[in-house]
Design a protein around this ligand. Structure first.
Ligand code: NAP
Length: 309
């Protein structure tokens, strides 16, 4: 019997319990899935950063912590976590992110606000350019960034991507490293942030990098709030250097009601809903990692603790 601790918010249990039970059965895993275990008996922890555990010391025989979240910035530096940590790469999460990013890119590309917000009776035709004449930069070419970049590329946007290590991705011009960031931003009319929050990516969008973008560029951030220097972004919005920012994630969530982003006409706030892990597909990933742990084969999506993602 494999003991699995479901360590997430209680309201997630009704959704995940049946999905995980099905996924374990599909792989012939004999699992005792519980929310209230004796820590010393736990083999695997299915973990959400907003769940009940932050001290992993009592989990002496745990073989891996399997995150339900793609972003692991709040747990990766936890000194009590000595077990392997796997992040979530989930087909459902990816699909949701592709849909959200594509929708918000198209909003700005097509200038939809001009029609939706201005039904004034004045006939003023302005045909949007073709996607092929619009450059979109996707910062972060991991599971989510690559999926979004490829979907945008399929719509014929001129997509460029940026990552830490050098990459080749079909249909994209790829840049990497600090110099590559400058080249990518100088061309980008729409920038999509799908980087993890690490010490290196914090404030990657700051006064200096904002100034590199073409005047009126749009920023779309479904990555993490700390990627952006908020003061610098507000200044760039006020000066017109940045035309609009669509922000899904923030340093403080929920975003406080008094935060200037809520009232700024150049900002669209969405409440961290770009995408979420979907129980049905995520359960299959969790089950596969437990199968691997039991078979002694390498885990999928292992977090590199030094890199922080
Ligand atoms: P991932 O697969 O780990 O990919 C991360 C990408 O960022 C990689 O391409 C990586 O480069 C790049 N990167 C990391 N540090 C960098 C640096 N210093 N300079 C340049 N590039 C750097 O992550 P993912 O699954 O795509 O998820 C990305 C992020 O999306 C998550 O960390 C999370 O914060 C966010 N997210 C948000 C939501 C939401 O609803 N808003 C939902 C899920 C996830 P390499 O390829 O060279 O390693």
């Amino acid at each position: 019997m494999i003991n699995v601790f479901f360590c997430a918010r209680p309201e997630r249990w009704d959704m995940y319990h049946p999905a995980l039970t099905r996924a374990f059965a599909a792989l012939d895993l004999d699992v005792n899935l519980t929310r209230d275990p004796d820590p010393e008996t736990v083999d695997y922890i299915v973990y959400a950063p907003n769940g009940p555990v932050s001290d992993f010391t009592p989990f002496t025989r745990t073989k891996a912590v399997l995150s339900l979240w793609a972003g692991v910035e709040t747990i990766v530096g936890n000194p009590t976590l000595t077990q392997p940590l796997c992040r979530m790469v989930d087909a459902g999460l990816e699909e949701g992110m592709v849909e959200w990013v594509t929708g918000h890119v198209l909003r700005h590309h097509l200038g939809m606000d001009a029609q939706i917000l201005n039904q004034s009776g004045i006939w003023s035709p302005k045909v949007p350019p073709l996607a092929r004449n619009r450059t979109v930069a996707v910062l972060g070419l991991g599971a989510l960034g690559q999926a979004c970049a490829q979907a945008l590329s399929a719509l014929r946007f001129n997509v460029i991507g940026w990552s830490r290590s050098a990459k080749k991705v079909d249909g994209l011009a790829c840049f990497h490293g600090p110099d590559g960031l400058h080249s990518a931003l100088q061309q980008a009319e729409i920038i999509v942030l799908l980087l993890p929050h690490t010490p290196e990516t914090e404030n990657v969008i700051n006064a200096e990098t904002l100034a590199l973008m073409p005047k009126g560029a749009v920023i779309i951030n479904p990555g993490r709030g700390a990627l952006i220097d908020d003061e610098a972004l507000l200044t760039a919005l006020d000066s017109g250097q940045i035309g609009h920012a669509t922000l899904d994630v923030f340093r403080q969530e929920p975003l406080p009601a008094a935060h200037p982003y809520w009232a700024h006409p150049g900002v669209t706030v969405t409440p961290h809903i770009a995408s979420e892990t979907r129980a049905e597909t995520a359960a299959e990933v969790i089950a596969e990692n437990i199968r691997r742990g039991e078979a002694g084969t390498p885990f999928l999506f292992l977090v590199d603790r030094d890199k922080g993602y």
